[in-house]
Design a protein around this ligand. Structure first.
Ligand code: GDP
Ligand code: IMO
Ligand code: MG
Length: 423
């Protein structure tokens, strides 16, 4: 009986999808607990690349049951296209993917509200993926939302209508130019609701706690990253859910004392899509090289990801907030070829160097302090054991472990399932 968590420790896109896929054979159940189709989790094996949005990354292993928990927000339209994309892989989706009745639904008008809100913000826009995430969580906490379980009610259409009409009034308030064809969006929405109905809806908290009692193991798959957490991230430039460890408890109905291991995943450098603070960002040739070699383009929006050196101040903060027990370092291969690698070990803040994340990490407030490490030139992508890795990389890993005080157990050296080195 175990619940382990797999969480991103940076601004998302750390490689959660790949690692969940690698770990799935050890678990009976893989469960998503927050976020929605703003996530893009990439898996690669047998020469094929898959990008999952709402569906947990355990879906390709026949041994696992995959659950979309109550903390997730589902866009039936995106979900339907995800299901259709999986058809050719012969996955028994109707028995292996279960959905919480308490998960909230993203309506077409939530997407419009997201667009209107961002357009109204001008230069201070969040850089949202525009998938309707913020407005849907607003309706959840405002106690107005529609849930998956509501689809089973006779008056679902009336409930939908009442909420959508309210949204249309709200969109007018933003006073921005927005072109949309709501009847077409609604047609698509209701068609996808019919498809969603073919899946099994469950009371997922009851299902998961029963599974635990029966001795089953669960891996909770985080989406986004700790620095995008609504409470602990770089607010307001964050997403609208708790991406950190506690979110797994509220997003699945699992008590904190059931959680055993917390696996924290981070890139050997840092990336961020979307707006604002990123202390170690490199807007020079080095950052451009990282982006090119690391193929740093958003899996959802295709936007270029901003790149920079590893930030240990932020990493330590994320480790602390989540109670990380093991670290997994991704994309080590991308750093091959740099003579020197820099690591941020502190922030210059109000005339002193601090090692914690202050309230505001905008450039006018903090300046990163770097130490230099020797780089390596070897191509890592065909290496399969820890011993083979260059000494400079081992030194880099040892330095991070010493600073963060948590062991690094996995070093990933390429996007494929097989390019995973266990230390
Ligand atoms: P997630 O959102 O955390 O699941 O991460 P994404 O899938 O959005 O982004 C990670 C990207 O890096 C994907 O394109 C992966 O295929 C790729 N990737 C994962 N691990 C590695 C690695 O160790 N090396 C390289 N070069 N690419 C990796
Ligand atoms: P995965 O799970 C990277 C970012 C957006 C924006 C902010 C708010 O693939 O790691 P939202 O759509 O939630 O309103 O966007 O959060 N963002 C992500 N960045 N990876 C993600 O997911 C993200 N999901 C949201 O770019 O800055
Ligand atoms: Mg992603």
């Amino acid at each position: 009986m175990t619940v382990d968590l797999l969480l991103g420790l940076q601004w998302g896109d750390e490689g959660k999808g790949k690692i969940v896929d690698v770990l799935t054979s050890k678990y009976d159940i893989i469960a998503r607990f927050q976020g929605g189709p703003n996530a893009g989790h990439t898996l690669e094996f047998d020469g094929i690349k898959h990008v999952l949005r709402t569906i947990p990354s355990g879906i390709f292993h026949t041994n696992s049951i995959n659950i979309i928990g109550n903390g997730v927000v589902i866009d039936p339209v995106v979900f339907d296209s995800e299901i259709k994309g999986l058809e050719k892989f012969n996955i028994d989706i109707y028995n292996r993917l279960l959905i919480s009745r308490k998960a909230h639904l993203i309506l077409p008008t939530h997407r419009l509200l997201d667009a209107a809100s961002e357009a109204s913000k001008g230069n201070s826009k969040i850089g949202s993926t525009l998938k309707g995430i913020g407005p849907t969580y607003m309706d959840k906490t405002g106690r107005n939302g529609l849930r998956v379980g509501d689809i089973e009610l006779a008056d679902f259409k009336e409930r939908y209508q009442a909420l959508a009409e309210k949204h249309i009034e709200m969109i007018k308030f933003y006073n921005v130019e927005l072109k949309y064809d709501l009847p077409a969006m609604e047609k698509e929405f209701f068609a996808s609701i019919e498809e969603l109905k073919k899946l099994q809806f469950i009371d997922s908290e009851a299902y998961l706690n029963k599974a635990l009692k029966e001795g089953k193991s669960i891996l909770a798959e985080g989406a986004q990253g700790s620095l995008l957490d609504i409470d602990f991230g770089t607010y307001p430039f964050v997403t609208s859910s708790n991406t950190t460890a506690a979110g797994a408890c509220t997003g699945l109905g699992i008590a904190p004392n059931k959680v055993k291991q917390v696996f924290g995943i981070f890139k050997a450098y840092t990336t961020r899509v979307g707006s604002r603070p990123f202390p170690t960002e490199l807007t020079n040739e080095i950052g451009a090289t990282m982006a090119k070699v690391g193929n740093e383009f958003g899996s959802v929006t295709g936007r270029a990801r901003r790149c920079g050196w590893l930030d240990l101040v932020a990493l330590k903060y994320a480790v602390q907030v989540n109670g990380v027990t093991e670290l997994y370092m991704m994309k080590g291969d991308v750093l091959s070829g740099f003579d020197t690698i820099e690591v941020c070990t502190g922030y210059e803040y109000k005339g002193e160097v601090i090692q914690h994340l202050p309230y505001n990490i905008e450039p006018e407030n903090v300046k990163p302090v770097f130490v230099q490490k020797k780089g390596w030139s070897q191509d890592l992508t065909n290496m399969t054991t820890y011993d083979e890795l260059p000494q400079e990389l081992k030194d880099y890993i040892a330095f991070i472990e010493q600073e963060v005080e948590v062991p690094i157990r996995i070093v990933s050296v390429g996007p494929d399932r097989k390019q995973t080195i266990v230390k």
